[in-house]
Write a protein that binds this ligand. Structure first.
Ligand SMILES: Nc1ncnc2c1ncn2[C@@H]1O[C@H](COP(=O)(O)OP(=O)(O)O)[C@@H](O)[C@H]1O
Ligand SMILES: [Mg+2]
Length: 517
C-alpha cells in the first residue's frame, strides 16, 4: 500500500504511485508517465484498453488513481467513470483526454470525476494528480473519523440502552429526555409515559428533599457527581430502593445540559438488612428481657415462698389471710409475666418429645370451642401425621396467643382459620423470604379477617411489651413469647397482614422422621 506524506508545505511525497491508465494510445500513455516522472512522482502505471481489463484491475485493488481517456474504441470514458465509482468509490479519477467540451467537463465532474486534464496541457497533470490524491486522502481520513464517531456513538448507545442498571437522561428541570429498558422495567413505566413525567414524580415523598438538595448542589457546581440511596415509587405503588448516582453534563460554556442518572435496585438488599436488624434487635432485647426475667423470678420465688409460709401459719378465715392471698395472686400473675419474658428470651426450660402437631391444634380447639362468640372457627388439619419434636405445653401456649390476638382483632366477629400442612423450604424460598433452612416443615397457619395492621406495626409485633391495646388488655408479650418458643423449636414464625382486612401468622416447625399416614 502506498503511503502519502505531506510536508509542511503540504507537498505530497510518494513512494510509488499505482495508477490505472485507461488509454488505447501507447504514445500518449508514455507521455503521461514522462510528465509525472518529471514532477517527481514515482509511478507504476498499468495501461488497459478494454472494459474487462479495467474491471479486473479495479477488483484486484491497491491502486491510487485512475487516469482515463474520454474516447476509447472499446468503451467510453464516462462508462469507465461509472464503473469506477461503483466499485471503488474513493478512488480518484482524472480524465486525460484530447478534447473535452465544457458541457462534458461539467457532466464528468458531476458524475464524480476528480478532475480533467487536456493532453496538450499535460504540464498541469502533476498538480492535478497531487491535489486529487490529497483530496482522496483527506476524504478517507474524514470517513474514518466519521466511522469512529459512529462506532463510539453506537457503543455508548448500547452501553446506555442495554445496561443492567436503570439509566436516564433528564433536563435540568428533571423532565425525562431518555430512559433505558432497565429503568422502565424497574419502575413499571414505559418510556412514552415517562416522557410526560418528571424525575420527582417517581421519588418517594420522604426522599424528595434529599433529591432536590443533590440536584441543587450539582447545578450550583459545588459537586461534580453525587450518590444517594433513595426510594422510588413503582407504578403499582410499591417502593423501590435504589442506589442513585447522578452526574450533570454541561456544555463548553458550563451551561447545564442534562442530568445523567444511574439507579441500581437495592430493594432486596434493604429488605435483608431490615430483617437482619430486626432479628438482631429482638436478640438483644431478648438478652435484656431474659436477664431481667431471671432476676425477677428469683425475687418472686422469695416473695411467693415467704407468703406461702405466712399463709400456712395464719388461720384461713382471718382478715390477714385475705391479704396474704392477694400477695400470692399478684405474685402468680407476675410470675406468668416473667415466664413469658423467659420464653421470649429462650431461657425457659423446654421439654421436647415427639408429638403430632395436629393433636396440639385439636386440643386447643377443644379449649376454645364455645368461647369465641361471633367468630366462626374453621379448622383444616393435614391428613398426614405431622411429627415434630416439641414441648406440648409451650406450643399450645403459642397457639392460644395467636387465637387470642385473632379474637381481639375481630371485635365485631369474623372468621378464624387454623390449618396445618407440610411446607418444603428450598433454597429459593430461603432467598425470597430471607429466613429458614431448606428442609421439610410442619406448617401451622392462623388467619383472621380482623382489623389487620400496617407495616410499621407489623415490624414491631415480636418485640416484648409492644402492644397497640389499651393498658390492662394487652401486655405486649404474647407474640414475643411465641417468637422465642418457636425459635427454641428451631422453627420460624412470620406474619403477613393487610390493614383493615386480614392477618395471617405462619409457623414452621422442622418435621422429624416421617409423615407416615
Ligand atoms: N391477629 C392480629 N391482628 C391484628 N393485630 C395483631 C394481631 N396479632 C397481633 N397483633 C398486633 O401485635 C401486637 C402485639 O401482640 P402481642 O404480642 O400478642 O401483645 P398484645 O396482644 O398483648 O398486645 C398487638 O397489640 C397488635 O397490635
Ligand atoms: Mg396477645
Amino acid at each position: 500500500m502506498v503511503r502519502f506524506l505531506y510536508s509542511e508545505k503540504q507537498e505530497l511525497q510518494i513512494k510509488t504511485l499505482r495508477i490505472i491508465h485507461l488509454d488505447d494510445d501507447v504514445f500518449s500513455a508514455s507521455l503521461v508517465q514522462t510528465f509525472l516522472a518529471e514532477e517527481g512522482l514515482v509511478c507504476d502505471i498499468k495501461r488497459v484498453e478494454t472494459r474487462e481489463d479495467f474491471i479486473v484491475l479495479l477488483e484486484q485493488g491497491g491502486f491510487d488513481l485512475v487516469l482515463a481517456d474520454l474516447n476509447l474504441p472499446a468503451m467510453s470514458g464516462m462508462t469507465a467513470l461509472v464503473i469506477s465509482r461503483e466499485r471503488c468509490p474513493g478512488l480518484p479519477f482524472i480524465f486525460v483526454t484530447d478534447t473535452m467540451g465544457e458541457e462534458v467537463a461539467i457532466e464528468s465532474l458531476k458524475s464524480g470525476a476528480t478532475d480533467y486534464v487536456l493532453k496538450y496541457r499535460l504540464s498541469r497533470l502533476g498538480s492535478a494528480v497531487r491535489s486529487a490524491l490529497r483530496e482522496a486522502e483527506e476524504s478517507e481520513k474524514r470517513r474514518k473519523e466519521e466511522e469512529a464517531l459512529r462506532e463510539s456513538e453506537q457503543l455508548f448507545r448500547n452501553a446506555f440502552e442495554n445496561a443492567v442498571n436503570g439509566r436516564c437522561l433528564t433536563k435540568p428541570d428533571r423532565r425525562f429526555i431518555k430512559v433505558n429498558n432497565s429503568f422502565s422495567e424497574m419502575l413499571g413505566y414505559s418510556a412514552e409515559e415517562l416522557a410526560t413525567m418528571t424525575f420527582m414524580d417517581l421519588t418517594h415523598p420522604d426522599d424528595l428533599a434529599a433529591s432536590r438538595r443533590l440536584a441543587e448542589e450539582l447545578l450550583s457546581g459545588r459537586t461534580f457527581a453525587g450518590h444517594l440511596e433513595k426510594r422510588y415509587l413503582h407504578r403499582d405503588g410499591r417502593n423501590v430502593w435504589a442506589l442513585t448516582s447522578v452526574f450533570l453534563q454541561r456544555d463548553e460554556k458550563g451551561f447545564p445540559l442534562y442530568f445523567i442518572t444511574q439507579i441500581q435496585n437495592i430493594t432486596e438488599q434493604k429488605k435483608l438488612e431490615d430483617q437482619l436488624h430486626h432479628a438482631q434487635k429482638l436478640e438483644s432485647i431478648g438478652q435484656l428481657a431474659g436477664g431481667m426475667g431471671h432476676d425477677f423470678n428469683n425475687i418472686l420465688t422469695t416473695i411467693i415462698g415467704h407468703a406461702s409460709i405466712l399463709k400456712k401459719k395464719l388461720p384461713d378465715d382471718g382478715a390477714l389471710a385475705h391479704h396474704v392471698q392477694q400477695i400470692l395472686i399478684a405474685s402468680d400473675s407476675a410470675s406468668r409475666l416473667t415466664g413469658s419474658l423467659l420464653a421470649f428470651s429462650r431461657k425457659q426450660p423446654i421439654e421436647l418429645r415427639e408429638l403430632n402437631l395436629n393433636d396440639a391444634v385439636t386440643r386447643v380447639e377443644m379449649m376454645i370451642s364455645g368461647l369465641l362468640r361471633n367468630v366462626e372457627c374453621i379448622i383444616n388439619l393435614a391428613d398426614e401425621v405431622l411429627t415434630v419434636m416439641g414441648d406440648e405445653g409451650q406450643l399450645e401456649q403459642v397457639l392460644m396467643n395467636l387465637v387470642t390476638n385473632a379474637w381481639d382483632a375481630m371485635p365485631h366477629g369474623g372468621v378464624l382459620n387454623i390449618s396445618t400442612g407440610i411446607a418444603v423450604i428450598d433454597r429459593k424460598f430461603v432467598e425470597v423470604q430471607s429466613f429458614g433452612k431448606p428442609g421439610k416443615y410442619a406448617l401451622l397457619t392462623v388467619t383472621d379477617n380482623g382489623i389487620g395492621m400496617d407495616e410499621e406495626t407489623r415490624k414491631k409485633i415480636f418485640e416484648p411489651f409492644f402492644t397497640t391495646k389499651e393498658s390492662g388488655v394487652g401486655t405486649g408479650l404474647g407474640l414475643s413469647m411465641a417468637y422465642g418458643i418457636v425459635k427454641n423449636h428451631k422453627g420460624f414464625i412470620n406474619c403477613d397482614s393487610e390493614s383493615g382486612r386480614w392477618t395471617s401468622f405462619r409457623i414452621y416447625l422442622p418435621l422429624t422422621g416421617g409423615t407416615n399416614q
